[in-house]
Design a binder for this molecule. Structure first.
Ligand code: PLP
Length: 190
């Protein structure tokens, strides 16, 4: 997927023209502005943290939400999906490096969280997503994500960014999230 966050439209337009169909954003409000007039057939994914007070907007806008990372958010998503009668594909974010500053379910809690989503909330996640620690080789994290997915019967793995997407693909990524390698450096947020 093409990560269009903080990019100027002049960088995005040629990629759209080339036929790219899947774009990802990490902020709900920024995505609403950028994709207010969304071309037909374009798939939009949320890959940044989601606050529960933005759940209604996120469910309305995105086709896929990749940052399901806590029970409270799972409940809010389940309620909103039911209310809108809209299906949204979900990925559970796993904090493979167990970094305190990073979002995501700890690997040891992943099985119970996925079971909770399925049994208590009737949510069937499509796959798992991770962002490995910056200062470690990513391969072990990708392998761990693949292992957690396999034992939970999940087929999809969102892993790999500009710097490491080849390694992610080698470890079974079914989608990679590529921003700067595609569009160039991001603009600084105001
Ligand atoms: C920004 C972002 C990316 C893309 O990063 P690049 O290094 O520019 O490819 C991928 N995943 C997430 C979750 C991001 O926030």
């Amino acid at each position: 997927m093409a990560v269009s966050k903080q990019q100027d439209w002049s960088a995005i337009a040629p990629v759209l023209d080339d036929g790219q169909k899947i774009f990802a954003e990490n902020r709900v409000q920024e995505a609403q502005t950028r994709w207010a007039e969304r071309p037909q057939g374009l798939e939009l994914r949320l890959i940044g943290p989601l606050q529960t007070n933005k759940v209604a907007d996120a469910v309305a806008l995105f086709d896929v939400i990749e940052t399901l990372d806590r029970p409270k958010l799972a409940k809010a998503l389940a309620d909103e999906i039911q209310r809108l009668g809209k299906s949204v594909r979900l990925y559970v974010q796993i904090n493979t490096g167990e970094e305190p500053q990073k979002a995501g379910i700890a690997p040891k809690d992943a099985d119970a969280f996925i079971a909770h989503c399925r049994k208590a909330l009737n949510l069937e996640p499509e796959g798992l997503m991770c962002i490995p620690p910056q200062d470690q080789p990513p391969a072990l994290h990708f392998a761990l994500l693949a292992k957690i997915a396999a034992r939970n019967g999940l087929a999809k793995l969102s892993m790999g960014m500009s710097a490491d997407f080849e390694i992610a693909i080698a470890h079974g990524a079914t989608s990679v999230r590529v921003g700067s390698a595609l569009f160039g450096e991001r603009l600084v947020r105001p």
